[in-house]
Design a protein around this ligand. Sequence first.
Ligand SMILES: Nc1ncnc2c1ncn2[C@@H]1O[C@H](COP(=O)(O)OP(=O)(O)O)[C@@H](O)[C@H]1O
Ligand SMILES: [Mg+2]
Length: 535
Amino acid sequence: MDGRTSSDTKPRCRTAAAAIREARPARSAPRGKDVMSDTSWTLHVPAAPHLSAGTTMNALAPLLHDWLPRQRWFAGKGHRITGFSLRSGTELLPVGGTGRTPGLLHLLVEVEQAAAAQHSGDRPPPRHSDCYQLLLGLTGVLAPHLAHARIGRPESGPLEGLTVYEAMHDPRLAGLLLERLRAPGSLGGLRFRRSAGSAVPAGLTPRFSTAEQSNTSIVYGDSCILKLFRRISPGRNPDLELTLALARQGCSRVPAPTAWFETVRPRGDRGEPTTLGVLQHYLPGALDGWDWGLAAVDTVLGDRRDRSGDEAFTAESFLLGRATAEVHSALARALPGAVLHRPQLEALAAGMAERLDAAAAAVPALVHHRAGLRTAFADLADLGRRGRAVTAQRIHGDLHLGQTLRTEDGWKLIDFEGEPARPLAERRMPQPAVRDVAAMLRSFDYAARWSEMTAERPPDPGACARAARWAEVNRAAFCAGYAEAGDHDPRDEHVLMRAFETDKAVYEVLYEARNRPSWLPIPLAACARLAAARR
Ligand SMILES: Nc1ncnc2c1ncn2[C@@H]1O[C@H](COP(=O)(O)OP(=O)(O)O)[C@@H](O)[C@H]1O
Ligand SMILES: [Mg+2]
């Protein structure tokens, strides 16, 4: 994770792409053999009864086995795929013959994987599974401009002779999905819905988004953007739940959803349909907060005089703090909150301490700071013991500079999905709002250190201090803006802030150690600072 992202862990700038290029996954599962472990699913193929679910899935399995692990959004990289089963299938456009007219299949596929990358011993490795949403185009002849979207050609079964490809790269099929969203109703297992009073324009030209992200987005004209959730958790996705609630509050800091689609197979724990995709207003020409932050640090680093203020961005950080507070206030009004007393605060602290222990066991460099970091969590538990109650509410849950867009109309916050790696039920629980603030403070730190570490300029002994100063000034500005627009100053919540920031930095240490060891110094430096920060 890079402080631009925690769930979406890839920076998008300069040398970063090369630094984090994902290794091609192992291909050790047997091809086409016994990949169907479950037939308790339904394939809705109203116009093509010849497509039986079992044979369709068997035909697709070898292709998906190779293709899935190469997708950025595939969460199980490095873990052997041991089976596929189809949760549901809907034919959005009839899968025809071998001509040039493509078919469009919507699938929810459960991918079973061995829990450990390597396993030895006599017992079979433990397994886990995740459900992914796939939109597959099927055509007899794949147009050359879609070659990059090719998934493969089934060698037998009902899809033999057809080329399967990632449908959303095909403007015809992406356009068809928009048409479905324009017309509320059901098709097979899918339900297409529109926000009250919203209109979705017709005939917009689709463009597959190339943004580094953990889901898949399609931009339609300059009007709408459709996010297709890839890893599907049963239930209502907070990215829809919270943005709808904010729209009802009249909160202009968040692009409003105009339409979405969902399925009742499966439903969530609360009996709600499962959200599959959300269409919202597109913000043309918006500047990404992470990219802009990096550019601001670059300016500071390029100037050997101490221009640590970099006033333009500091003013923006202040405004971003204001925007965040406004969103928090609207969320607090819109959705039920909770009050955390001693048991909840102790449980929160215990969870953080457990994560610290696990991270220290995996990353020896953290051991040195463990005792100091533990005090952050002990202080949090102590708050409860001293009778302090902490207000909790729905929050963003994965806030960082890369989830902010600067428009002519000020800062907007996007991507309210929370950390996708955490269970949906946990992501939907009320939490102290300062958790978002602490996460954003980590992002300022990441932007500063990342720029400094990757700067392509002659060695500069003052650069580290200037970058640190930039982070400090902008973190302070963000908090000041938040305090001005909100009902409290996060800097007064020292114990909570330090606990959440520490928890986040510990998570980052583990992430970087596993994925990008060259970045490890960034969260380790934060841990050193936080370990010493008790007062
Ligand atoms: N409403 C919007 N207007 C303009 N760009 C957007 C909008 N929503 C998302 N984006 C762009 O798409 C990227 C990914 O969106 P996001 O919701 O964060 O998806 P993910 O969950 O995959 O991270 C963002 O970083 C931003 O560049
Ligand atoms: Mg995102």
